[in-house]
Design a protein around this ligand. Structure first.
Ligand code: FES
Ligand code: FES
Length: 195
């Protein structure tokens, strides 16, 4: 047993736990922070992702003894940290995932959201390819990823004050409608009539 001095979601904490426990076990079974999910428990799924000094990190592979003095952010910390910074409601990334329906069972969502936070703080205007690369370590069994990528694009555009980009299917549909619409003839005034 050892006492770890950790900084979690802005709070300094002394936590007693077996020395060999992972950060994920300390978060879930000592601190009750169960938002970080225990999926594979061996570094494959990304469900346990937290931020360590802003960098996405797999909590199932991180040892608390190596994290003393570092800033640990879990999904539970996003809303209070957002409000402490003067925001209202939930963090904008959480809100965008909600509005885009970017979840089904929700098991992957905390990790996806924290990886998105890290991506957007490094790159506020990511391309679809860059979003896919940034979330490549976060596996989702349910959604097919499309709404997740759309949520990241939505929050990136909204935070930057840009017009939200339309999903590819909406652009294709608009092109189909435009191609199928009869061309409007320019208005020709009639000549020869008496005033
Ligand atoms: S639980 Fe950590 S990567 Fe799967
Ligand atoms: S919503 Fe179920 S794993 Fe992603």
């Amino acid at each position: 047993m050892r006492v770890f001095r950790l900084q979690v979601n802005g709070d300094p904490l002394d936590v007693a736990a077996p020395e060999h426990w992972s950060l994920l076990e300390v978060l879930r079974y000592r601190l009750g922070l169960t938002g970080s999910k225990q999926g594979c428990d061996k570094g494959d799924c990304g469900a346990c992702t937290v931020l360590i000094d802003g960098t996405p990190t797999l909590a199932c592979l991180a040892l608390p003894a190596t994290l003393e003095g570092k800033d640990i952010t879990t999904i539970e910390g996003l809303r209070p940290l957002h409000q402490k910074a003067g925001g209202q409601g939930v963090d904008p990334v959480q809100d965008a995932f909600d509005r885009c329906g970017a979840l089904q069972c929700g098991f992957c969502q905390p990790g996806m959201i924290l990886s998105t936070k890290a991506l957007l703080s490094d790159n506020p205007d990511p391309s679809r390819r860059e979003i896919q690369d940034a979330l490549a370590g976060n596996l989702c069994r349910c959604t097919g990823y499309t709404q997740i990528f759309q949520a990241v694009e939505l929050v990136a555009d909204e935070v930057a004050g840009r017009e939200p980009r339309k999903p590819a299917w909406a652009q294709a549909r608009e092109q189909e409608i435009a191609a199928a619409s009869p061309k409007e003839e320019p208005f020709q005034p009639e000549h020869g009539g008496q005033a």
